[in-house]
Write a protein that binds this ligand. Sequence first.
Ligand code: HEM
Length: 207
Amino acid sequence: MALLQRYRDSQRINHWIVALLFLCAGLSGLAFFHPSLFFLTNLFGGGPWTRVLHPYMGVAMVVAFVFLALQMWRDNLWTGADSQWMRQSAGLIAGRDKAAAHPAYKYNAGQKIVFWIMVVSLLILFVTGFMFWHAWFPEGNILMRRIAVVLHSASAAILILTIIIHVYAAIWVKGSIRAMTRGTVTETWAAHNHPLWHREVKERPPA
Ligand code: HEM
């Protein structure tokens, strides 16, 4: 079975650090979202500890994501092939025309939309988070703080839903998970899901 390299070791380590920090920041944040979720503070050593740790885990997640995004943003720029992929996506999602070629370079249109939602929501979470991190930053205007809290929760909700879609898609498109665990994908997977990337890789002169 012919294999193609999709990610380097460092990129995979970077990705799983982001995923782990997302889990920690997400669960500790949800604990404050509603009293019914407060039990989640047990995972982090109780209420006060969760309040102390949450912003640090959030900042660490954003910093780790920046390293990942710096390597991936170019491959997530929109192309004509993505508009065509979007037009075909209804059939793809419905499970029809499985055999049809869906034009995609390294990432398809759906992955690109997910990527940019991650970028924007993490940016909003980061900026608004500092606006009510009382331990280190001045409290400022009460109205601004309230707006920041609402924006922070809304972007967190959007990010969580987006990650659920991201994980679902990674499992749904068989053969994708190994890209992030072993760094390689099969040629069949590449030719079927990312035909334009497959062609690029095959045409690339050996390093
Ligand atoms: C358990 C959770 C997760 C799983 C199972 C997972 C799985 C994967 C897989 C299999 C890929 C490779 C897809 C491909 O190359 O076509 C990938 C790529 C990626 N993942 Fe995750 N992931 C998870 C969590 C996260 C989180 C929390 C973030 C960010 C907040 C994230 C950001 C990314 C990014 C930026 C890429 C590159 C794809 C792109 O730029 O569009 N992942 N993930």
